[in-house]
Design a protein around this ligand. Structure first.
Ligand code: GTQ
Ligand code: FE2
Length: 354
């Protein structure tokens, strides 16, 4: 039955509308949009944010916005122009600026969060009593409901990418937020205990495996990720992503967070990836180098410091046209949440016969 055919019982439906509404019920009405679309029809738009535009804005934020003691953060949100709020349908990406001498006070919330350090080094973050120093390229996790606060004593402003699954949490009506009683948490006697136990990913103290499937790790240092990426460069290339690695929970082999997946990848000179589309959303950050992503026939040229989000179910492919320079991309996606709900689908474009 064609969806656009006029309903034969249109008059009856309209007449029923008010009677049903009195009892908090309704039936499909002639002017309702279709219940389903054949494939995802997302309002979220493919969007590129360029570092050359962001950098002066971040400078202004640092100069003009204060950070009060109430657990606030100084952040620039990457706002998707097609959505009422958020970077994608599930998560928010924001760039946080912290100045020498500042403390971003303790709080906790249901939203899962992580930080990927963009510029500077030396700030510390405390997560449930564990304290870690954050340096460029590090990934630090703040799983939902863990207490966290940040502190910085450096020379120049430090900035990092924050990603929180706020839109997903809101759509589930599960928002909780609690400010800390004190500005900063107490730090445990062994401040980096989980890293000491689980950080090698290969060996850990016997008899201490947690009973939950939650990731025991809070930090993925830059050097470790780089070494892993270099080792992976010796494997056959991935046809879509060249050299790509997932940040994993060392206990389960699953993704590092419950709702969000993080990846690091290298596109080597001359690489041209195959095209693919998938449900769910992702945000790329260009760690270094330059290249391009073709999304539904439109080319987005990116270089160091840029951010790119891709509309759900849009065909896209990556390329590195340089003959000498590698490009490194950090990626966050919502595939873990999509997968566990049964909503993750992907399709590969058939290769043209040559
Ligand atoms: O650093 O705890 O960008 O709670 C947004 C909310 C950062 C944080 C954000 C937050 C944080
Ligand atoms: Fe937070």
């Amino acid at each position: 039955m064609a969806q656009t055919a006029p309903m034969e019982d249109q008059a009856a439906r309209l007449a029923l509308r008010e009677d049903l509404a009195r009892f908090d019920c309704r039936i499909a009405q002639p002017d309702d949009p279709p219940l389903f679309t054949r494939s995802p029809n997302s309002a979220s738009q493919t969007t590129l944010w360029r570092w050359k535009d962001l950098e002066p804005l971040l400078e202004r934020l640092g100069e003009q916005l204060t950070l009060d003691a109430g657990g606030q953060r100084r952040t620039l949100r990457l706002q998707n122009p097609g959505l009422p709020f958020g970077t994608t349908t599930t998560f928010w990406g924001s760039i946080q600026v912290i100045l020498p001498g500042e403390i971003a006070g303790a709080h906790r919330h249901t939203a899962n969060a992580f930080r990927f350090i963009l510029k500077g080094s030396g700030a510390t973050t405390t997560v449930n009593g564990e304290r870690y120093t954050m340096n460029e390229g590090d990934l630090v996790l703040t799983p939902g409901m863990t207490w966290h606060d940040h502190e910085y004593h450096g020379e120049t402003p430090m900035i990092w990418l924050d990603v929180l699954d706020i839109s997903l949490m809101r759509s589930m009506h599960a928002t909780f937020f609690e400010p800390g009683e004190k500005i900063q948490q107490e730090v445990s006697a062994v401040p980096d205990a989980s890293w000491r136990k689980w950080g090698s990913g290969l060996m850990s103290p016997p008899g201490q495996a947690p009973r939950t499937a939650d990731n025991p790790l809070l930090v993925y240092p830059h050097e470790v990720a780089q070494a892993a990426l270099q080792a992976a460069a010796g494997l056959p290339p991935d046809p879509f992503d060249d050299v790509v690695l997932e940040y994993r929970n060392p206990l389960t082999g699953g993704p590092a967070m419950r709702t969000m997946g993080m990846r690091l990848q290298t596109l080597r000179p001359g690489m041209r990836g195959r095209a693919r589309r998938h449900t769910g959303s992702k945000l790329y950050y260009v760690v270094r180098g330059e290249g391009a992503t073709i999304v539904e026939g439109r080319t987005y040229e990116w270089s160091t410091g840029d951010f790119l989000t891709i509309q759900p179910w849009a065909w896209h492919e990556h390329l590195n046209r340089s003959s000498t320079g590698e490009a490194t991309l950090f990626q966050v996606n919502d595939f873990p949440a999509m997968s566990v709900l049964g909503y993750y689908f992907e399709e590969e474009r058939a290769e043209a016969a040559s």
